[in-house]
Design a protein around this ligand. Sequence first.
Ligand code: LFR
Length: 476
Amino acid sequence: MFAAVDFGASSGRVMAARVGPGTLELAELRRFPNRPVRVAGTLHWDILGLYGNVLDGLRAAPSGLVSVGIDSWAVDYGLLDERGALLGNPVHYRDARTDGVMERVRAELGDDHLYQVSGLQFLPFNTVYQLVAESAEVLKRARTLLLIPDLVGYWLTGRIGAERTNASTTGLLDVRTGAWSRPLLDRLGLPAELLPDLREPGDAVGTLRADVAEETGLRADLPVTAVASHDTASAVAAVPASGERFGYISCGTWSLVGVELPEPVLTEASREANFTNEGGVDGTVRYLRNVMGLWPLQECLRAWDSPDLPALLAEAARVPALRSLIDPDDPEFLPPGGMPERIAAHCRRRGMPEPGTRAETVRCVLDSLALAHRAAIRQAARLSGREVEVVHLVGGGSRNELLCQLTADACGLPVVAGPVEATALGNVLVQARAHGVVGDLAEMRALVAGTQPLRRYEPRGDESAWSDAAARIGLG
Ligand code: LFR
């Protein structure tokens, strides 16, 4: 039995899994909302609340636990002082403190230089820009930077380290050497000593601290195992694909859309298309682009006080297709708040009919997301030379039948939807492998394909309607 702690941007869960030959069964121990909190003008993660939920989840674990693994969203971090205490509450990547910072760093260092070093897409919230936005006083007091899963691992075990897949999202890891980029840190005036030694997925983090064991009722020598601690890396590890010719969409708050490669792609065309080379398990490269994902829909639902989603989706399915469209990747959709109004204003500005009802707004968001999926899958294939014959859509979005069908239609490719809990599955599979229960990545994926409910969507209808629509919003 393995336990997965999986923090998503809108909810977290602690899961227990039985893994063995032909067996992969997940049970939920605890699920909890992840609600950011604005304090004195800054948007924070409620990290102690999240940690408290982890302890509660672990307390509910069945006996016979072999190990625990932790994954979360990327880029965000806590800073520790010389006594190992947290210096302030981690800041949310959607906070405005990075406004204008990326532009400044890009102007100073040059896009090509930054891309050649890290291979990372330009997103305003990458750790590197957040660190540049930190106050000098805080940086002076900080001794250690820990990304969120590494921070929780530290609280559970007392051990410090930086897991590689998540480290690859910071913008500070050299994509060629696999080490922290000392020259880049120096040029930015950031203290290199902040960054701990790297760990690989599957490495031991440590065993539970005595007080944690006592509080959770777990044994004190219970290992915490490093997994692919970037949630997207865990999700991609659990994509139920065979062979190489697949694209994936890890669809939750974000849609991470791309292909898996043996080597990074660092061409000018790749940089201009803002594709990223993030680290996957076994040295694979997650060559992908961040598409805005379900965030605009989640924010609409929040603005409407959480209406009945299945009913709303059924209504949206009856709305005429491709009428109102947005470019979901427009940075104006990044921050929280006022989403229905922002969508209407975006349509108005671009000469599209404004969605008049909630169902029309939802249809606008899903049509546009399907178009963005199509654009990213095509670009990934073109820029990498990797042929894509099928698209695997994993994560919470795989439950949204309308989105899966629209994505198949837009891509002109079959979409295999599921598993919903790909991230937690990837988390436990890497632990299971470290403890000798499963084999290589191909075997892990075959186990997912053979045990988890999946649904296949064939592309329908006239693909030219989608290419016309893509051209209308500049996603051709
Ligand atoms: C998905 C994800 C993305 C990352 C974004 C911010 O949950 O981890 O991969 O770009 O969140 O951390």
